[in-house]
Write a protein that binds this ligand. Structure first.
Ligand code: MIC
Ligand code: SF4
Length: 656
């Protein structure tokens, strides 16, 4: 049988659930080789892991990164960081200190390995697909289960092939490839899919370029994105002094994909995702001349030495335009060191770029927010409204080339004409990689680890656990939203909110706060309720807090036209019913403030006779009823019956 690369890796890791035909389209479970967490999702993940009664992580490798909240305004983040450091030491986990870099970039450089599986509590975990790994983002609880040796479940997976032909023209970058795909597929086009890249064009793309593309596959809503492992992969691993983990991997010739998308790289032009969605893509040339206030280069999307080299080459001794504030938040310290070795850092400093910490920083609204109505060009991956920290600013997502050319001219500038000097940076990266592990702490041997005292500061509160569902609910609709609601809308991040990620009662006060300032008050007064959403509800981040905090506020069900994958799994993990309209037009008939009666919940969750069990919900406010499907596979239904994943696991352990 001709297999895709995705299929090969899944089959090598299968832990259960292959269909009678041996196909991957049903509910399957896979073994996870590696995990990663970051600080904003990690504290909850480790608190949950601690309750699982395991003495040491069961994976081949697990890494805890501190990269999201490195501001440490007061004791809260410092408390969390100390907890993460000591819990890592206790359970055999690598620890990456604040300032070492963004989890995805550092994982690519230091730990990623072709053919392995990686589960991470961050939606951009598929970045490692640039190395030929099957890397998937998930909620912290799912990652905790994987660390405890549990399999990860996937349902209804489809593999879409993306055939790349030709070669990128001067001034056109990997970012323009994924922006083209976003333009065609939209932010909901990838739900339930792995995008697998193949074709003659692949060999011209370096691993960091591939990683830009796999990283932003998350914006398509995809489960993962993957490139083959080839000579380019070996070159990268060699630069990183890790050639020994290389293995050649690709799909079988003529492997069958669910669908094939064709992209001729030579035809692409520089592109920009306009506010406020990554799929709002236009050619840069259409915006040429528009004044720019701010330029930021970096994030987990564009943080390689090639990006910095391209910026330095475009600046060519020139300076950032006087009306522009420009900064670089490089994704890893190793890359920064390599830039220093290569003389690139010097050029950037001379050109007038501010150098920020190697961390998520401005990407998640942690500093460097744009001015009111400001135009901010960023090489990042998300431009959801308000995410930058300034509600009224417009964030535009571009390549490093477009960002640099625009920084130089003070206006949107199409970099197509620039002769970009592609410096040979391999030797510098290789030199810098000698120091790459100086901010990484290796796991302790088991005996020493078992003596470690885990430090828990006062900011760390226990994770609330939901109740098993009632048989029926009569609930008010406490919020009705539009389409493509992001997890940033549900559970905002940023410098003010992030310190409460380990303290759900406090965090819950910010639920939907950017969309509707009264939500917390209304939900608290109601005590329990439902949310009605549109298509692609919960797109974006993997933060389980977007389910956990609403659960804490009494949200029992979300009724939507469709859900984003990770958020749906998080709702189930925290005992919230994900329901979809049988007729999406019914959404128009429900209003915020209506009261709905959902009866027969136990029967709905116990129904194993069909893939799509349904329930009819009555309106108490209007003479209407609505048919809804439960969006949960058999495993999901079992979790919901138990009242969330932690309860379900306890039941298994106590043989109930
Ligand atoms: C993001 O880019 O939105 C984040 C912050 O990295 C999130 C994780 C989080 O909310 O902690 C993600 O992408 O999963
Ligand atoms: Fe960090 Fe931004 Fe990447 Fe999320 S998208 S991991 S906040 S750099």
């Amino acid at each position: 049988m001709k297999q895709t690369l995705t299929e090969k890796i899944i089959r090598a890791h299968i832990a259960g659930g292959l269909g009678a035909d041996g196909g991957l389209s049903g509910e399957i479970a896979i073994k996870i080789d590696q995990t990663l967490t970051q600080d904003a999702t990690g504290t909850m993940a480790y608190l949950q892991f601690e309750t699982m009664g395991v003495d040491r992580v069961q994976t081949e490798l697990s890494v805890s990164y501190v990269d999201h909240n490195t501001l440490q305004e007061d004791h809260r983040n410092a408390d969390d960081h100390r907890y993460l450091r000591t819990v890592a030491a206790r359970y055999g986990i690598w620890f990456s200190r604040p300032g070492n870099g963004i989890c995805h970039q550092v994982h690519l450089e230091r730990f990623g390995q072709p053919g392995k599986t990686l589960l991470g509590s961050d939606s951009h975990t598929p970045t490692a697909g640039g190395l030929g790994m099957l890397a998937i983002g998930a909620g912290g609880l799912d990652v905790a289960v994987a660390m405890a040796g549990g399999a990860f479940r996937l349902a209804g997976l489809k593999v879409t092939g993306v055939r790349l032909t030709g070669q990128l023209q001067c001034g056109v970058a990997a970012k323009d490839v994924i922006l083209e795909l976003l333009r065609r597929e939209t932010v909901k086009g990838g739900v339930g899919r792995v995008y697998e890249y193949f074709g003659d064009g692949v060999k011209f793309l370096s691993v960091p370029e591939r990683a830009v593309i796999t990283n932003m596959g998350a914006e398509l809503g995809a489960t993962s994105s993957i490139f083959p492992s080839d000579r380019m992969t070996l070159l990268f691993l060699n630069e990183m002094r890790r050639a020994e983990v290389w293995e050649e991997l690709s799909a079988d010739p003529d492997a069958e994909y669910d669908r094939v998308i064709e992209i001729d790289l030579s035809k692409l032009r520089p592109a920009v995702a306009c506010p406020h969605s990554p799929d709002n893509v236009r050619p840069v040339s259409e915006l040429a001349g528009l004044k720019v206030d701010q330029v930021v280069i970096g994030s987990c999307t564009n943080s390689s030495i090639n990006d910095l080299a391209a910026v330095a080459s475009i600046m060519k001794g020139g300076a950032v335009h006087p009306n522009v504030d420009a900064a670089i938040a490089c994704g890893s310290r190793t890359t920064l060191l390599a830039a220093e070795e290569a003389g690139i850092l010097r050029s950037l400093l001379r050109a007038g770029f501010r150098i920020l910490d190697s961390a998520c920083g401005p990407c998640i609204g942690m500093g460097f927010a744009p001015k009111t109505h400001g135009v901010s060009l960023r090489t990042f991956n998300r431009n959801f409204k308000g995410r930058s920290g300034s509600a009224e600013a417009g964030v535009y997502l571009v390549s490093a080339e477009t960002a640099a050319a625009s920084a130089l001219h003070g206006v949107f500038y199409d970099p197509s004409g620039f002769e970009i000097e592609r410096r040979q940076t391999d030797a510098y990266v290789n030199k810098a990689a000698r120091f790459a592990d100086s901010m990484l702490t290796a796991p302790l041997p088991p005996e020493e680890a078992s003596r470690v005292n885990i430090e828990r500061g006062p900011n760390i509160k226990p994770c609330p656990v939901p109740q098993p569902p009632a048989h029926s609910y009569t609930l008010p609709v406490i919020l009705k939203t539009g389409d493509n609601i992001t997890t940033d809308d549900i559970m905002p991040a940023g410098a003010k909110v992030l310190p409460f990620r380990s303290n759900i009662p406090e965090l819950s006060k910010f639920v939907f706060s950017k969309l509707d300032a009264d939500f917390w008050k209304r939900a608290s007064e109601a005590g329990a309720g439902v949310i009605v959403g549109g298509f692609n509800y919960g797109q974006g981040s993997s933060r389980e807090h977007a389910a956990l905090a609403p659960m804490f506020l009494g949200v029992k069900a979300v009724i939507a036209a469709s859900f984003a994958r990770i958020h749906k799994a998080n709702l189930i993990n925290y005992g919230i019913l994900p329901l979809v309209f049988a007729d999406p037009d019914d959404r128009e008939r429900i209003d915020q403030g209506d009261t709905l009666e959902i009866v027969g919940i136990h029967a709905l969750l116990a129904d194993t006779s069909t893939e799509f069990p349904s329930v009819t919900v009555l309106s108490r406010t209007k003479p209407q009823s609505y048919r809804l499907f439960l969006e949960a596979d058999l495993n999901g239904r079992a979790i919901l019956r138990a009242g969330g994943k932690l309860n379900a696991m306890r039941r298994i352990v106590s043989n109930e």
